[in-house]
Design a binder for this molecule. Structure first.
Ligand code: PLP
Length: 370
């Protein structure tokens, strides 16, 4: 087994983990269905009480006229951008270089819709007002991802969002929110969901990230936009005859977890503090602005993998099953706080980080003496 497989194996064998809500097992569905009446009618091709009521609940929560449930955020967002491009009569959108559509969707937007993407800002920071002011002409829609996942979940200030929103409205540019982790940012901004969404023309919200459902997405906006998105949902094959397993689990975990985001945010700051107290370890952002952050190790990936494997084996505490190589001397992994962290014995957390610090210190001595 190579070192990385060992890291994964050691993670899978840990009794406790720092991140998330727990493993993605079938009981996520079972728990959500425990109080569901077996005689409840299924939804049929987007129609029916179960799906329509949840869509209305989400539209109200987001402060938008209307909302529609999609099987995936990938589908929902490509469709949103297509609608805004059609409305303006141009095929150009702008977003961050590490946007999900740019790096994780096999160029769906370009291949399926021939829409061109204009990349704003340096990839290691968020989009600021200045980037938008300098944007080329003819952009139909600007997409902002909050928080910017691939750089540890960084956020612009709320004032910046307000200024970008005003600029877009004045210049006939639609503003779309990639809110895969939207609920997770509200405690930092200290704003309601309606207050943030009011800055955007369309909003996507994921049902399985911080909320921990199985899959699914909500796309919200004005009634005309949402009706058009339903036509595209059918064209994409997203209008499944029944989506109720996803809708019911989404509703269940929304009620269970949407009010816990403040707790995850506080815990993320505490946990980042533990990482930052270790030698050659730092978090991005240094102080988290949501429930997530990236942990950077300033040592080579293989050596860090050995350290983490040992700590995971000795303490039974799971950090990660993978590492991403940034360069020869830096590697990282992602942390997203969920239900698990609050259940960890504090003494175990302290002991684990002491051990991590000791082993990182030993690694530094070893690498500097070579
Ligand atoms: C920022 C962001 N946008 C969009 C998506 C797409 O969501 P889905 O997996 O539901 O297609 C993801 C999924 O990881 C994401 O992280």
């Amino acid at each position: 087994m190579n070192k990385i497989d060992t890291l994964k194996e050691s993670y899978l064998q840990t009794k406790n983990q720092l991140s998330d809500h727990g493993k993605r097992k079938a009981n996520i569905l079972q728990d959500a269905f425990q109080n569901i009446d077996g005689q409840m009618n299924s939804d049929m091709y987007g129609k029916g009480k179960v799906i329509e009521e949840f869509q209305e609940k989400m539209a109200t929560f987001l402060g938008k006229e209307s909302a529609v449930f999609f099987p995936s955020g990938t589908m929902a967002q490509q469709i949103a951008l297509r609608i805004w491009c059609d409305e303006k009569g141009t095929k150009k959108v702008a977003y961050h270089p590490l946007c999900h559509l740019e790096i994780h969707e096999e160029d769906g937007l370009k291949e399926l819709h021939q829409i061109k993407s204009v990349l704003l800002a340096d990839k290691n920071r968020v989009i600021e007002l200045d980037d938008v002011l300098k944007m080329e002409e003819g952009i139909a829609c600007l997409l902002l991802e909050l928080p910017q996942r691939e750089i540890g979940g960084q956020l612009p200030s709320f004032e910046t969002l307000e200024q970008i929103s005003i600029y877009c409205r004045e210049n006939d540019i639609k503003l779309h929110l990639d809110g895969a982790r939207f609920l997770e940012i509200l405690p930092y901004y200290q704003k309601t969901s309606e207050e943030v969404c009011a800055l955007f023309d369309s909003v996507y919200l994921s049902m399985y990230k911080g909320l921990g459902g199985i899959a699914g997405a909500i796309l919200a906006g004005d009634r005309g936009f949402v009706e058009k998105s339903k036509v595209w949902k059918k064209r994409y094959g997203g209008d499944l005859i029944s989506l109720y397993p996803y809708v019911i689990t989404s509703d269940y975990y929304f009620d269970q977890r949407s009010h816990r985001m403040g707790q995850y945010f506080e815990e993320a700051k505490e946990l980042a503090g533990y990482f930052n107290s270790c030698h050659d370890v730092s978090t991005v952002p240094h102080i988290p602005v949501s429930n997530m952050f990236h942990v950077h190790f300033h040592q080579a990936k293989d050596q860090v993998a050995s350290v983490l494997t040992e700590v995971q084996q000795e303490t039974g505490m799971g950090f990660t099953g993978y590492l991403v190589e940034i360069d020869e001397e830096t590697c990282s992994f992602e942390v997203s706080l969920g239900d698990l962290y609050a259940e960890l014995p504090k003494e175990l957390v302290t002991r684990t980080f002491q051990l991590l610090d000791e082993k990182m210190m030993d690694l530094r001595i070893k690498t500097t003496s070579i």
